[in-house]
Design a protein around this ligand. Structure first.
Ligand SMILES: NC(=O)C1=CN([C@@H]2O[C@H](COP(=O)(O)OP(=O)(O)OC[C@H]3O[C@@H](n4cnc5c(N)ncnc54)[C@H](O)[C@@H]3O)[C@@H](O)[C@H]2O)C=CC1
Ligand SMILES: CC(=O)C(=O)O
Length: 302
């Protein structure tokens, strides 16, 4: 099975919660945790291994070179936002961390999949594509998957239907310039905006609440990690089982010459294709604005 050996670089809150979610899912044979602070990785492995009876996955501490030979590497190493700090403001610190992580993992398994989670995830994915030299379909980020999950949760409460029945995406930056692709959203084949319950919803406010949710959680408890762990563990499952699931991930878009969140087909070899989602004129303008903001920063790291 592809994805049977998975490494997580960065064993902090996000890395350890992803590890726990993967243990519960029992979809990988081996999980390797790596952290610059060896005691952190050792402590997390000891703690997680106490849950070993719920899983068939072996978990151990490893080094960067071992991670570079795995099937999938999930990069969570990096600084997190302080209250009211934007994701983009992390770039200088996390650029340094990402470059040292990639250089220490080399030479990379040529078939490896690099899944970037650290923020700002779109820009770091672009940098990882440059520094790794791997085909771009093997290097992608968690993108607006988490934002889309937050959106679907809100819509499920409004419409009183399961989240899984809602097809609606947040696209663009995993950050402040993200937007909701309302015009393509549907439930059971019916356009989302045609539902009577949607007529009284303040859509601008809803979009703002989704974009601000991470700030709200960080203000309340310091960081976010459960939502992203759910997202990443389902991406690993999609790769391991060649599911060809469709998720909005950070991928390189030729037209904008930068990385941003768009719906893609994800299988065992990574990104198989981008879905050319329908956007109305207003959404196209928002996508272009988001891309322009990201590509201005990406150019500094080209
Ligand atoms: N893409 C997304 O949707 C989300 C992204 N994040 C991002 O994930 C990142 C990690 O967040 P947390 O786990 O909460 O932070 P944390 O501070 O709990 O953990 C970060 C870990 O990275 C390690 N680290 C730092 N430099 C390293 C290096 N050179 N090599 C290996 N390990 C290194 C640290 O020792 C620490 O254990 C942040 O950038 C955060 O913004 C968090 C939530 C959602
Ligand atoms: C921290 C972050 O990127 C999030 O929870 O969306």
């Amino acid at each position: 099975m592809v994805g049977s050996r998975v490494a997580i670089i960065g064993a902090g809150s996000v890395g350890a919660t992803i590890a726990y979610a993967l243990l519960l899912k029992k979809i990988t044979s081996e999980l390797v945790l790596v952290d610059i602070v060896e005691e952190t990785a050792r402590g997390q492995v000891l703690d997680l291994s106490d849950a070993g009876f719920v899983t068939s996955t072996r978990i151990r501490q490893g080094n960067f070179q071992e991670a570079g030979q795995c099937d999938i590497v999930i990069v969570t190493a990096g600084a997190k936002q302080k209250p009211n700090e934007t994701r983009v403001e992390l770039i200088e610190r996390n650029y340094q961390i990402l470059s040292s992580v990639i250089s220490k993992m080399k030479p990379l398994n040529p078939n490896i999949i690099l899944l970037i989670v650290a923020n700002p995830v779109d820009i770091l994915t672009y940098i990882a594509q440059q520094l790794s030299g791997l085909p771009k379909n093997q290097v992608f980020g968690s993108g607006t998957f988490l934002d889309s999950a937050r959106l679907r949760l809100e819509l499920a409460n409004i419409l009183k239907v399961s989240e899984t029945a809602i097809h609606a995406y947040v696209l663009g930056e995993h950050g402040d310039s993200q937007f909701i692709a309302w015009s393509s959203a549907h439930v059971g084949g019916k356009p989302l905006l045609d539902f009577p319950e949607m007529q009284t919803v303040d859509k601008e406010k809803l979009a703002k609440d989704i974009a601000r949710k991470a700030y709200e959680i960080i203000n309340l408890k310091g960081s976010t990690y459960f939502g992203i762990a759910g997202c990443v563990s389902s991406l690993v499952q999609a790769i391991a089982f060649n599911e060809r699931t469709v998720k909005p991930l950070s991928i390189y878009v030729e037209e904008f010459q930068c990385v941003l969140g768009m719906p893609v087909v994800l299988g065992s070899s990574g990104i198989e294709r981008i879905i050319d989602v329908f956007l109305n004129a207003d959404e196209k303008a928002r996508l272009q604005k988001s891309a322009a903001e990201l590509s201005a920063i990406c150019k500094k790291y080209a």
